[in-house]
Design a protein around this ligand. Structure first.
Ligand code: GRF
Length: 196
């Protein structure tokens, strides 16, 4: 099974997925990192973890379609079957969605459909709600709108600050995301075995 992770930022989820895949022997599941930001810390993490990384900047292409076509060629070259978004700060377009139907997964730091889009943790903290959380969902053309695969709640207590809430959310993300990815891979492997 081969996975590409797309990320634009600090890459804590990327690192955690790679480490869990190694500890739990999903094999060399995470084959690639695709990053759109030249200064993203995740690029350095990929080097440290010896994961092949591609920096593909949208500004180098005449259109979103051309940008996604360039990514698609790389994914196909490497035999990628699943795309895992981990802090990838762009809407995925039709070129990639059509090439990977129900095979692009995202993590969002709220209990969707509450607080979609940017700054979801801050929005929940300032709202204020007592419970927020993490959602993992298939990606469609909307902003955080695809079918939900898993959710976990995170409570906001009187003594939480934005910083402690961010830590709690990241902790929940790091527990949940690899677990769900592993389940997706295992389910697919079972179906493949049944077909043969
Ligand atoms: C995570 O909170 C994720 O839910 C959101 O972007 C953040 C990425 O964090 N989509 P990191 O780069 O993995 O640390």
């Amino acid at each position: 099974m081969s996975i590409a992770v797309f990320a634009s930022g600090s890459g804590s989820n990327f690192k955690n997925i790679v480490l869990r895949s190694r500890v739990e022997a999903w094999g060399r599941a995470v084959r690639l990192l695709i990053c759109d930001q030249p200064n993203a810390k995740v690029l350095q993490l990929a080097q440290e973890l010896q994961v092949t990384a591609y920096l593909i900047e949208p500004s180098s292409y005449p259109s979103k379609k051309a940008y996604e076509k360039a990514i698609l060629e790389i994914l196909q070259e490497h035999g990628i079957e699943w795309v895992i978004l981990a802090g990838y700060m762009r809407l995925v377009g039709t070129t990639l969605l059509q090439a990977f139907p129900k095979r692009i997964v995202n993590i969002h730091p709220s209990l969707l459909p509450a607080f979609p889009g940017l700054n979801a943790i801050e929005k929940a903290f300032l709202h204020p709600v007592k419970v927020t959380g993490v959602t993992i969902h298939f990606v469609d053309e909307g902003m955080d709108t695809g079918p939900i695969l898993a959710q976990v709640p995170v409570s906001i207590s009187e003594i939480d600050t934005l910083e402690t809430l961010v830590d709690k959310i990241h902790q929940a993300e790091h527990n949940l995301y690899p677990t769900i990815i592993k389940q997706l891979i295992e389910t697919e492997t079972k179906w493949r075995r049944k077909e043969h």
